[in-house]
Design a protein around this ligand. Structure first.
Ligand SMILES: NC(=O)c1ccc[n+]([C@@H]2O[C@H](COP(=O)([O-])OP(=O)(O)OC[C@H]3O[C@@H](n4cnc5c(N)ncnc54)[C@H](OP(=O)(O)O)[C@@H]3O)[C@@H](O)[C@H]2O)c1
Ligand SMILES: *[C@@H]1O[C@H](CO)[C@@H](O)[C@H](O)[C@H]1NC(C)=O
Ligand SMILES: *[C@@H]1O[C@H](CO)[C@@H](O)[C@H](O)[C@H]1NC(C)=O
Length: 343
């Protein structure tokens, strides 16, 4: 054996033993809660579009993980109505699902995560970058993150691990701090991605471009020319069986405190130093710090009732909503930004 091929064999052996990786030989995206609503409606469609448009590295694989007894074919038929795949794309769609696998397991048993790790190493490579997408109810985040850190992360230099979490990031300050503290004890801030789908909407992204790319707006965008800005979010359907989740949160926690406050910040903020995430974040924080604490006199809440004309049930008619619930499904609030631009 020549020195070069010996060297090469040793490198492969070391890589197989998971000891050292010079670079990633593959990328693995693992979706926890793969049997769920978010997975079929948003995550699998997005992964498919990224794959179809060749925006992913060539050696990327997808693993669905949840407690249900499923196959890749089940994942495919669940997601099918949301994939918007054209007939002409059927070969590519087959290719995409060939890159998918499914692992059944719990969210709290170490042995299941050890098995998941073995699945990755055996089928792909110990030298794979790993992206973990937590599409489970928030109650499972801490246990999944703990097990991931202990058993499933790529540990060699030159590889990365990333963790994506979906809102809600807790339901009040205390639970949010518990979650934040826990995640930051396991993963560094630059490994954690918090997703707000609403900010990905084209209209929302356009707000920033519209404001800062058009010089005609900057002299007008202030208290002298704008009496107030109304941010409206309307949904023309009810809870429809999602009452179990919704009733614990209500409309303020579900959309106002996250999606709508983010939009308020984009509209009210000063021009960021750059379009880098941290610079935009800094400007948003300044807006929030200039806001008066919300007073109850400036808030109206309500709950939708049945619409007999269209046969639509009221909030309390939904069997998944606890009887007598006073959770708001409607809220309006007047907020004040006390800075030089808006005071
Ligand atoms: N759906 C959306 O459009 C949407 C939008 C924004 C944010 N989110 C957030 O995204 C995450 C996932 O949402 P989702 O709507 O997909 O939730 P989901 O369908 O209720 O749950 C996802 C999966 O988690 C498992 N699961 C459900 N309840 C569980 C429990 N009590 N204990 C352990 N496992 C449980 C189930 O899989 P197995 O039983 O097979 O394990 C389920 O298929 C949540 O954090 C949600 O708040 C969702
Ligand atoms: C999973 O489902 C298949 C049929 O789809 C069945 O044959 C198998 O026994 C099930 N496994 C478990 C662990 O329930
Ligand atoms: C992946 O590896 C596991 C062993 O960890 C094996 O049981 C399974 O069949 C493999 N799956 C594929 C799709 O190769």
């Amino acid at each position: 054996m020549s020195d070069a091929s010996l060297e090469q064999s040793l490198k492969l052996l070391r890589e197989e033993a998971g000891m050292v990786c010079h670079s990633a030989s593959s990328h693995v995206i693992i979706v926890f809660g793969a049997s769920g609503d978010l997975a079929k409606k948003k995550i699998y469609p997005t992964l498919w579009w990224l794959f179809r448009d060749k925006l992913l590295p060539s050696n990327t694989h997808f693993i669905g993980y949840s407690r249900s007894n499923l196959t890749v074919d089940n994942l495919r038929s669940n997601a099918m109505p949301y994939l918007n795949a054209k007939d002409s794309e059927s070969t590519q769609l087959d290719e995409f699902f060939k890159r998918n696998s499914y692992v059944q397991g719990s969210y709290d048993k170490p042995e299941d995560f050890i098995r998941l790790n073995k699945f990755i190493v055996d089928n792909f490579s110990a030298c794979s970058n790993r992206l973990f997408y937590l599409a489970t109810p928030p109650s499972q985040f801490i246990s999944v993150a703990t097990n991931l850190k202990a058993h499933c992360t790529a540990e060699s230099d030159g590889l990365w691990n990333r963790l994506i979490v979906e809102k809600p990031f807790g339901k009040d300050l205390d639970s949010s701090e518990v979650l934040a503290k826990h995640l930051s004890s396991l993963f560094s801030e630059d490994q954690i991605y918090r997703i707000d789908h609403y900010l990905g909407k084209e209209m929302v992204q356009n707000v920033v471009v519209l404001r800062f790319a058009n010089r005609v707006f900057s002299p007008l965008w202030n208290r002298d020319n704008i009496a107030n800005v109304v941010v409206t979010f309307k949904e023309n359907f009810g809870t429809e069986g999602r009452g179990g989740y919704f009733d614990e949160f209500g409309i303020i926690r579900d959309v106002m405190q996250n999606h709508l406050l983010q939009i308020l910040c984009l509209i009210a903020m000063e021009r960021p130093i750059s379009m880098e995430a941290n610079d935009i974040r800094d400007e948003k924080v300044k807006v929030l710090r200039c806001m008066r604490p919300l007073s109850l006199d400036d808030v109206v809440v309500g709950q939708y009732v049945a619409d007999p004309e269209n046969g639509k049930p009221g909030y309390l008619d939904d069997p998944t909503v606890p009887a007598g619930s006073i959770t708001p499904t409607y809220a309006v609030a007047a907020l004040y930004v006390d800075n030089e631009r808006w005071q």
